[in-house]
Design a binder for this molecule. Structure first.
Ligand code: FES
Ligand code: FES
Length: 166
């Protein structure tokens, strides 16, 4: 079947989509956007999180045929060309990335949280990221990154939570 959808503001027409194909496969293998990661393919880890019509969604759980006519935004769509978005920058600055497999999903969920909540508490950050697993267990630095992005977004003077050694 043919699927037509909008990805990061650009219309995509994808032919020969098979019935069992996931949105994640479509994005990575057909549209050429490998940012969303395939870690569990069961909706358990959150590494494949994308916006589907503005709602964070596990792309591995959505059939490609279901996105006909819909809008998708991936982690690549949070950057402006080569310029990382503020949350992506915060992850880099805080050293919140180890293997990087969970990072796209974490960044997407953090983005959604900061769109909804100006100055989230630690509890709100933890709740927002509760569905995203980091096998490298770098959770503290991930929390630091979200705090940093939130404080910058709020316009306050942000200080790096702690020195980062990479
Ligand atoms: S790959 Fe989709 S939730 Fe893990
Ligand atoms: S950085 Fe490796 S899974 Fe999170």
């Amino acid at each position: 079947m043919r699927v037509t959808c909008t990805v990061n503001g650009k219309q995509q027409v994808v032919d020969d989509v098979w019935e069992g194909e996931s949105l994640l496969y479509l994005l990575r293998e057909r549209v050429g956007l490998p940012g969303s990661k395939n870690a569990c393919e069961q909706g358990a880890c959150g590494s494949c999180t994308v916006y589907l019509d503005d709602l964070p969604t596990c792309a591995c759980l959505v059939a490609a045929g279901q996105v006909q006519g819909r809008e998708i935004r991936t982690v690549e769509g949070l950057a402006d060309g080569d310029q990382l978005g503020p949350i992506q920058e915060a992850f880099v600055e805080c050293g919140a990335i180890q293997c990087g497999f969970c990072t796209p999903g974490m960044v997407m969920q953090a983005h959604d949280l900061l769109e909804r909540v100006d100055n989230p508490s630690d509890t709100q950050i933890r709740e927002a990221l509760a569905g995203n697993l980091c096998r490298c267990t770098g959770y503290e630095k991930i929390l630091d990154a979200v705090r940093l992005a939130a404080s910058r977004r709020a316009g306050s003077i942000a200080t790096s939570p702690r020195p980062v050694s990479l």
